[in-house]
Design a binder for this molecule. Structure first.
Ligand code: ADE
Ligand code: ZN
Length: 348
């Protein structure tokens, strides 16, 4: 069944966007820390924050670019010390994901943000992984972890992080690359990604968020990533667009993030429709939902309202999210069946 078989009235589109099953492929679990939880954990752990109140902290969420956000994001993560803290953070996100009909999520985590404060990587991974296991059993959400290297640090430090995490290899499915993009091109991490590839880990990297198309090319050709996180700057390079379409490389696009970090002046100017109409495997994701004004469904609702995307695009985005996920083909087919059932219900 294809979406062309469905006639869905535009008035029902928002309801459909919320109801359809979807996968989230780009979210940083530390970016799901709501101000209320930051303050609760600060109190629990005796950590002093440079903000007087929840309102004071929220006031600081006026970003001008990626770096202005990262400075606050790393400060927020400083309250995470114990295994239970990591569990509580992940559980709060997973409950919200379930409410948005996210049936599969592949969550990034930044171990170096925590090991730099003396937290053992085992504490980080155990807490997050326990929440993933509970999500499957209690929420029906399939959840997995992707370890990200911080690109503003050295490749040597990335290797050290990999070594520290390898005893827990069974608790994460892949590696990614995040943090400050411009000035830290993918090729800086060529050797550590080659090693991760040998280890059979899935490979992704942030590229083309603020950085140039050249960074997307090197994420593909040097790091050999299977997905590109963001990648919206690819639209500036027709040859790159053709390559991404031909090789069906998913782009994990984050519209509200792009809006809040001033990658586009407003959502109307976002290029998601251009990417989809060029045949790219683009997906919608929340990135750092506690900081950017919304979780998955809010990203879908606001982007569709601003750009005039249709039910056909909604189906494509959900289908792309399953195609781009690191689940097996049988699971993909099951989720596609659920997606088509939802569309059939709305067309009736
Ligand atoms: N870390 C958390 N969110 C990020 C983003 N949008 N880009 C790069 N690094 C990040
Ligand atoms: Zn991101």
């Amino acid at each position: 069944m294809t979406p062309h078989d469905f006639q869905i009235s535009p008035e029902r589109l928002p309801e459909l966007l919320c109801a359809m099953p979807k996968a989230e492929l780009h979210m940083h679990i530390e970016g799901s820390l709501e101000p209320e939880l930051i303050f609760a954990l600060a109190q629990r752990n005796g950590v002093t924050l440079p903000y007087a109140s929840v309102e004071d902290l929220r006031q600081a969420y006026a970003f001008t670019n990626l770096q202005s956000f990262l400075d606050i994001y790393y400060a927020g993560a400083s309250v995470l010390l114990k295994e239970q803290d990591f569990y509580d953070m992940a559980w709060a996100y997973l409950e919200r994901a379930a409410a948005d009909n996210v049936v599969r999520t592949e969550m990034f985590f930044d171990p170096q943000t925590h090991t730099a404060r003396g937290v053992d990587v085992k504490v980080v991974i155990d807490g997050l992984h326990r929440a993933c296991v509970d999500a499957e059993a209690r929420l029906g959400v399939s959840a997995a972890l992707i370890l990200c290297f911080l690109r503003h640090l050295s490749e040597e430090e990335a290797f050290e992080t990999l070594e520290q995490a390898l005893p827990y290899r069974d608790k994460f499915i892949g590696v990614g690359l995040d943090s400050s993009e411009v000035g830290h091109p993918p090729e800086k991490f060529a050797k550590v990604f080659a090693r991760c590839r040998e280890l059979g880990l899935h490979l992704v990297a942030h590229a083309g968020e603020e950085g140039p198309p050249a960074y997307v090319w090197s994420a593909l050709d040097v790091l050999k990533v299977e997905r590109v996180d963001h990648g919206v700057q690819s639209a500036k390079d027709p040859a790159l667009m053709a390559r991404l379409a031909k090789d069906r490389i998913p782009l994990t696009v984050c519209p509200l993030s792009n809006l809040k970090l001033c990658v586009f002046p407003d959502l109307k100017a976002h290029n998601l429709k251009t990417l989809l109409d060029a045949g790219l495997v683009a997906t919608v994701n929340s990135d750092d939902p506690a900081y950017f004004g919304g979780y998955m469904n809010e990203n879908f609702l606001q982007t569709f309202a601003a750009t005039g995307l249709t039910a056909q695009h909604a189906w494509q985005l959900a289908a792309n999210s399953f195609e781009g996920s690191f689940i097996d083909d049988a699971a993909k087919a099951r989720y596609m069946g659920r997606l088509n059932e939802t569309f059939a219900r709305f067309a009736a």
